[in-house]
Write a protein that binds this ligand. Structure first.
Ligand code: FEO
Length: 170
């Protein structure tokens, strides 16, 4: 049964995942406002991923007999000075989330909570992927700098992202 410090920390992580979805939804609106519809579509996929993360954790807490208690979601920023600034923000945010997941892993080890430790491995792998894909976009935006045609090409590429919900157990 999930209880005590581990339950509290998992509840906090659900909030952090919901905040991530909120932040990316705010970014989607920013990209729509500057007519970068491919970036906006990419953000929608990111929102869905973060909601999936939150729900995956929510379901696990329930399965382990824990009680989810929802907290307020912090207000996200609403504008960025450039696409590069937005993506640098995402990279920093994802690095922070990786730190939170690592802290959860440390706590699960300390508490000898093997089921939670096993569950969290999916998130450890997911963070490696998230940081890599965002880091790649940051690098491309740095190469593009003020080249508008390069930005439109990247926007078209970003718009091709297809989000598919991972299957249970994946
Ligand atoms: Fe749920 Fe982007 O980490």
């Amino acid at each position: 049964m999930l209880q005590g410090k581990m339950l509290k920390a998992m509840n906090e992580q659900i909030n952090a995942e919901m905040y991530s979805a909120y932040l990316y939804l705010s970014m989607e609106s920013y990209f729509q406002s500057v007519s970068l519809t491919g970036f906006a579509a990419w953000m929608r996929g990111q929102v869905q991923e973060e909601l999936f993360h939150a729900m995956k954790m929510y379901d696990f807490v329930g399965e382990r007999g824990g009680r989810v208690v929802l907290d307020a979601i912090k207000k996200p920023d609403s504008s960025w000075k450039s696409p590069l600034a937005a993506f640098k923000h995402i990279l920093k945010h994802e690095q922070m989330v990786t730190g939170l997941i690592n802290d959860l892993v440390d706590l699960a080890m300390k508490e000898r909570d093997h089921a939670t430790l096993n569950f969290l491995q999916w998130f450890v792998a997911e963070q490696v992927e998230e940081e890599a894909s965002v880091g790649e976009i940051v690098d491309k935006l740095k190469l593009i700098r003020d080249d508008t045609s390069g930005l439109f090409m990247l926007d078209a590429e970003m718009g091709k992202r297809v989000f598919t919900l991972p299957q249970k157990g994946e």
